[in-house]
Ligand binder design. Structure first.
Ligand code: PEP
Ligand code: MN
Length: 359
């Protein structure tokens, strides 16, 4: 259930509403908007439904939330969530680009990639130190050494770093070295891991499982949020379908649905979705047009020699031209690639996510 306050509700009114609900053993969550506050109620709502809430001072409306998730639901907060990453935020007007190698393979390649992607306009560096692979016999990453390299390159280049955590025992150490903790597709429903990342103070990038529905993804995000960490970014990275022409099938429709159903930022990963270098731009641009808040893209100094995912990795010049082409789509979707740069807004009807007009 959510309680929406009136624009003239006082702090005392809000406190009194929350106390009344909490006295029934239900947790409340307060979200402040420009005109209204939203008080979300989590717990057994039956006794709360009996309260004469609508007649309490400061209450404008009371709505039931019929979804299986609450903390992640769009109705639950007054404004979409913005999540700090480095000097910027994910989910605001800036479109965020995370780029880097699939795996951290060594100091030189990581540092060269960080410079190349930063110079081309990326906002964060990705790189796997602990790698999940389709076959357990493939390269599994440099582990702790990879983490230290990421932290070292972050100190040098200033780009925040994103890396995957695969095991509950690694959460603390990965959180010490990285700015954003990636939960990979293969672990989206590893509830022990979700609960562990829910207890640290680092934002989480939650990738959609290859056979997970949109609702499964949001429920997994909800589970992280329930532990206290509400900084969750969702990532559409393609799902398994009967199609074999692409590595996965990029579910573009999931992007506007996730934006409508949740208040969390949504990134898309065209590298793992398509599995081929030439598909990164069309799928990435499509995701920007569909209203994504950003992209995660694999880039390698020498893709043919990469220890993982070389076929889908962009070269440095490839990434530069990818970024040049991206700007038009980002601007058309009403966003910007650089903080502080304003573009003329497109008409409301042409914005990503605007309802389609039928002739
Ligand atoms: C990755 O980002 O390199 C990765 C392994 O992604 P996913 O979990 O989406 O397969
Ligand atoms: Mn990869």
């Amino acid at each position: 259930m959510i309680i929406v306050t009136r624009p003239d509700a006082t702090e005392e009114d809000i406190d009194r509403i929350r106390e009344r609900v909490e006295a029934l053993g239900v947790r409340t969550h307060l979200s402040r908007g420009a005109h209204h506050c939203v008080i979300g109620c989590v717990g057994d709502e039956e006794p709360v439904a009996e309260l004469p809430l609508r007649s309490m001072p400061g209450v404008e409306a009371v709505h039931p939330v019929m979804k299986p998730y609450k903390l992640a639901a769009r109705e639950f907060v007054a404004e979409p969530t913005e999540i700090p990453l480095g000097d910027g935020v994910v989910g605001g007007s800036r479109f965020t680009v995370v780029a880097g190698p699939c795996s951290v393979e060594g100091r030189e390649m990581l540092s060269a990639t960080a410079k190349a992607v930063r110079d081309a306009g990326a906002h964060a560096l990705r790189g796997g130190a602990f790698k999940p692979r389709t076959s357990p016999y493939s390269f599994r990453g440099l582990g702790m050494e990879g983490l230290e390299l990421l932290a070292e390159v972050r100190r040098e280049d200033g780009l925040p770093v994103v890396t995957e955590v695969m095991d509950t025992r690694q959460v603390e150490v990965v959180a010490e070295h990285a700015d954003l903790l990636q939960i990979g597709a293969r672990n989206m429903q590893n509830f022990a891991l979700l609960s562990e990342v829910g207890r640290v103070q680092r934002p989480v990038l939650l990738k959609r499982g290859m056979s997970a529905t949109v609702e499964d993804l949001v429920l997994a995000a909800e589970y992280v949020m329930r532990q206290g960490n509400t900084h969750v970014i969702l990532c559409e990275r393609g799902i398994r379908t009967f199609e074999t022409a692409t590595r996965n099938t990029m579910d573009l429709g999931a992007i506007p649905i996730l934006k409508r159903e949740t208040h969390l930022p949504v990134l898309a990963d065209p590298s793992h979705a398509g599995g081929l270098r030439e598909l990164v731009a069309p799928l990435g641009y499509g995701a920007a047009a569909a209203g994504a808040d950003g992209l995660m893209v694999e880039v390698h100094p020498e893709p043919a020699a990469a220890l993982s995912d070389g076929d889908q990795s962009l070269t440095f010049p490839g990434f530069r031209s990818f970024m040049e082409g991206l700007e038009r789509f980002v601007v058309a979707a009403g966003r910007t690639l650089r903080d502080g740069v304003e573009h003329a807004a497109p008409p409301e009807s042409e914005k990503a996510g605007a309802p389609a007009t039928t002739a």
